[in-house]
Design a protein around this ligand. Structure first.
Ligand code: PXG
Length: 287
């Protein structure tokens, strides 16, 4: 099945969904994006994703040629046109076509692109048994260089870490910040359980403020679990009772080993399992 792609207000067949090779999104990774999901025909936290997109755009001085409301409506109508109910949505805004030079003032027409497709999930076995991860040697972008709060089209920082993970036989890799503290994984935020409480790196650890992360923090608090956002180091991960990752694609996924050290008992823990269940109920509208 080939889904129609939204570009600048029009729907195109996949084969005809094209933008200029002079687009600075391609030439320089100059643009921003969101990865979003819909469950049972309902887009999860669409407003939060659109708000983060607009914040990312503002931070790189990019004006999105739609209002927030129009952007949200474009996502919903693209899904409807493709008759998708459980989908993965990639919302992209590029700087637009320009000259072969960095200067964004010499570009015009930022492109709004919406791709919708089926979601490709991690195998069920990974949720049952948990992931092994390794620490990448590549540090997360320094916040004073490219702030990790910006979800930009330049993902090379994370891709380099992902390659290191793949070379070690892992689907995810842990990234430290420029101070050597735990930041996040290449496409997921990280949590640990310590003495029955949930700990996760704070935003000023240099991370993307994950929408799944926010939802899981709320769910944990509703369960009566204390949540602490702070700076963390690898000692915290190595000595944790439990560890899990959160992200739009992964949802809540257990981690059972980091850098060859088993975490807790080496299998997914009870708080992780509860939060995964609660998250699933939240996204599918069961609670
Ligand atoms: N950290 C980083 C660096 C991310 O890219 C998250 C955390 C989790 O954020 P959300 O808002 O999704 O809970 C992300 C999001 C992919 C893919 O194809 C990855 C993300 C988003 C969309 C697609 O691997 N990561």
């Amino acid at each position: 099945m080939s889904f129609k792609v939204y570009i600048g207000g029009q729907l195109f067949d996949k084969a005809d969904a094209k933008i200029s090779v002079y687009d600075h999104g391609l030439l320089y990774g100059d643009g921003v994006f969101e990865g979003i999901r819909s469950y049972n025909g309902r887009v999860f936290r669409l407003k939060e994703h659109v708000d983060r997109l607009f914040d990312s755009a503002r931070a790189i001085h990019l004006e999105i040629p739609l209002t927030r409301d129009e952007t949200a409506k474009a996502v919903v109508s693209t899904l409807a046109a493709n008759e998708l109910t459980d989908a993965y949505i990639r919302l992209i805004v590029t700087r637009g076509a320009g000259t072969l030079g960095l200067d964004p003032r010499r570009t015009s027409n930022p492109q709004v692109i919406i791709i919708t497709d089926h979601i490709s999930l991690y195998p069920e076995e990974m949720y049952e048994k948990g992931l092994r991860i390794v620490t990448a040697g590549t540090a997360r972008n320094h916040p004073a260089a490219l702030n990790p709060r910006i979800k930009s089209l330049n993902y090379l920082n994370n891709i380099l870490a992902k390659i290191e993970g793949a070379n070690a036989g892992c689907v995810e890799a842990l990234m430290l910040n420029h101070k050597g503290e735990v930041a996040e994984c290449t496409g997921d935020n990280i949590f640990i359980v310590r003495r029955g409480e949930l700990h996760t790196p704070s935003i000023d650890s240099g991370i993307l403020e994950g929408i799944t992360r926010d939802a899981v923090i709320d769910l944990a608090r509703k369960e009566g679990i204390r949540v602490i956002e702070r700076s963390m180091d690898r000692h915290d991960v190595y000595t944790a009772e439990e560890c899990f990752l959160t992200g739009t694609a992964a949802e809540v996924i257990p981690v059972v080993e980091c850098d060859g050290r088993p975490i807790g008992g080496g299998s997914p823990g009870p708080i992780t399992k509860t939060l995964r269940k609660r998250f699933h109920a939240l996204v599918t509208g069961e609670s």
